[in-house]
Design a protein. Structure first.
Length: 615
């Protein structure tokens, strides 16, 4: 079907509606159709001076930037306590906690990781699906959080997580749960949504790791397909059998751009804000079983969000917000229609013809996009506002606006009918911290270099690196090892500051290239060596100092190698304590670089067993 507008001939998008949910629900990432558009109507066009009525406010939700999913009277999100991540469910009406379930381990959150990995759960009737940063995929009962089944992308499908972990938001279509593990074996994967069994695998040759942009399901030229990114390509995969229908390479300069592809008829808006990125309009054509992709235009723009996926495509206008500037593009031509500064860093969503613009820690604005530019119709200051790191995408569902500020969640009534009422006192819900224990690791530990990493790369602040080396009493005669060396910053600092020989051990080929480049640029190739090895198979007998930033379960696995180190050798750990081993020294410092408090631990070999804890 085709319809005409006053300016352009537009194809009406035929998106499949795979999620079973109430019309007023928001059951997955970017809403019912993954277009960041709410189906709500009759919302207020103006707010009282002090903002819309606040129904309830939850404190103690847990750290995190995950936005929420809403379905069947429940609010779902992900939250982090210490080194574990949980799925949490709240009552939609009262904000009271219903249940919480352990999802998996989670590293300390860095700025970019927070922005890229919102990962709200996907709700499909009585079932809920969520992925951890390390690729644990869980299916839970939505009513009570009971685990129905669990799969792991890396261990079972040779998946390859991105630099900051997984950000996969699975999508349901008919009987299938569509996932993106990345890697060469099952780049795209369809599981039976009920029992988790494999229906099909789609390998994407040279596709690389999993991407940070989630996919959509649409019917294009009569073909139901999953349109999504892997690290190095945009692809279309047949929903029925997993056949790779088409691919477009070179549309992303880096593997961590976040933008979900936007489908409009047989066209795709492909957005990437990095490097030479911009907006590309791609047009798909089908002749019999053969597909071709033509680029209608590619424009460059500095006003595209690098880490936030809040883009909205309405009719022939594409809206974007980045670094305080709202932009409107003509999707047919790529022409900039207007750009206007509205505030600071923000996240946005669309409902009932307007934007809800959330400036984290500051305010919420109701913005109407008019022909000449955006007009702020109303504004609401957030209580106890302050600086925030990253912006959770706001959600409109059931007549309410949901806004998350780290471990707090606000629920505002934004219906027109609620504006004339005397506001009732908002409920304040204070949740207790969760302490459910460590993730259980199934099966035998994986070894070898041809596997996914056991942890994501989280850079240690430079001032903490200096303190680690100082705590380890590094001397020029020492040999320093860094296990999981990432971009090489620790071994480079050791060689540059102390003149020591240093060895970085890393499993990720891209991080190896990056660290080797940094070594060359620092003129330290005679002192620093970067090895592509599995740290659990490295001989540490020649090491005088070993630096680690690893979870306790990984430190536990390294104990046999630590036992073979020379007496008097030192092991220094950032943030994590080695299980059942008494440290020689523990210090806690505040980083001037990150603004966070960091704990450093030092052990000297031979390791000393920690005394039993009193009962």
């Amino acid at each position: 079907m085709r319809v005409t507008s006053s300016r352009h001939l537009l194809a009406v998008p035929l998106l499949l509606l795979p999620i079973s949910a109430r019309a007023e629900d928001w059951p997955q990432w970017r809403g019912p159709n993954r277009d960041n558009v709410s189906t709500e109507t009759d919302l207020a066009k103006q707010w009282p001076e002090d903002g819309p009525p606040l129904r309830w406010r939850v404190q103690g939700l847990g750290l995190g930037i995950s936005t929420v999913s809403i379905a069947d009277g429940r609010v779902f999100t992900l939250s982090q306590y210490q080194t574990n991540e949980y799925v949490r469910a709240l009552d939609e009406q009262s904000g009271e906690s219903l249940w919480s379930t352990l999802l998996g381990e989670a590293p300390p959150q860095g700025l970019m990781m927070r922005w890229l990995t919102q990962r709200p759960p996907t709700i499909d009737g009585e079932r809920l699906y969520a992925t951890s940063l390390f690729g644990d995929l869980l299916c839970l009962q939505a009513a009570d959080g009971k685990e129905l089944w669990r799969r792991n992308y890396a261990a079972e499908f040779a998946g390859q997580l991105g630099l900051f972990g997984y950000s996969d938001c699975p999508i349901v279509c008919d009987d299938k749960l569509l996932c993106t593990p990345g890697g060469a074996e099952a780049s795209i994967l369809a599981l039976d949504k009920v029992n988790g069994e494999v229906i099909w695998k789609c390998p994407v040759a040279n596709g690389g790791k999993a991407a940070y942009a989630n996919g959509v399901v649409a019917k294009i030229a009569g073909q139901a397909q999953f349109v999504t990114f892997v690290e190095k390509a945009l692809v279309g995969v047949a929903v029925e059998d997993g056949k790779l229908l088409w691919r477009v390479d070179g549309v992303a300069d880096v593997g961590f751009h976040p933008h979900t592809p936007l489908i409009h008829g047989n066209t795709i808006a492909c957005i990437n804000a990095f490097g030479q990125g911009g907006i590309r309009r791609l047009e798909l054509e089908r002749k019999d079983s053969a597909w071709s992709v033509k680029e209608a235009y590619a424009i460059k723009s500095s006003h595209l969000a690098q880490y936030q996926d809040d883009t909205v495509l309405r009719e022939d206008r594409l809206y974007e917000f980045h670094r305080g500037v709202a932009s409107c593009f003509d999707f047919a031509t790529g022409q900039v229609l207007w750009q206007q500064r509205l505030g600071g860093t923000a996240a946005m969503t669309w409902a009932d013809g307007r934007f809800y613009l959330y400036n984290p820690g500051q305010a919420i604005d109701l913005v109407e996009p008019q022909k000449e530019g955006p007009v702020v119709m109303a504004s609401c200051s957030l209580p106890e506002a302050g600086d925030r790191n990253g912006a959770s995408t706001p959600v409109i569902a059931g007549g309410c606006l949901y806004v998350r500020m780290d471990d707090e969640l606000f629920c505002y009534d934004v219906r027109q009918e609620a504006m004339g009422r005397s506001p009732a006192a908002a409920r304040l819900i204070e949740l207790l911290p969760l302490h459910i224990g460590a993730t259980q690791q199934a099966g035998r530990p994986r070894v070898g270099v041809n596997r996914a990493p056991d942890a994501v790369f989280v850079p240690t602040p430079q001032d903490m690196i200096e303190q680690m080396l100082k705590l380890a009493r590094v001397e020029k005669r020492d040999v320093v090892y860094d296990l999981g060396s990432g971009d090489g910053r620790i071994v480079i600092a050791a060689a540059k500051t102390y003149g020591v020989k240093a060895v970085g051990v890393e499993i990720d080929p891209e991080l190896i290239k990056l660290s080797q480049q940094r070594v060359q640029e620092s003129n330290l190739a005679d002192l620093v060596t970067i090895r592509h090895e599995d740290m659990f198979q490295v001989d540490l007998s020649q090491a005088d100092v070993v630096a680690v930033f690893l979870f306790p379960r990984l430190l536990e696995r390294l104990k046999p190698q630590f036992a073979k180190m020379k007496p008097g050798s030192r092991i220094v750990s950032h943030q994590f304590l080695m299980p059942d081993v008494e440290p020689d020294q523990v210090i806690t410092l505040e980083s001037t670089e990150s603004g966070d408090r960091h704990t450093l631990y030092l052990w000297t070999t031979p390791l000393k067993t920690a005394p039993p804890k009193p009962e």
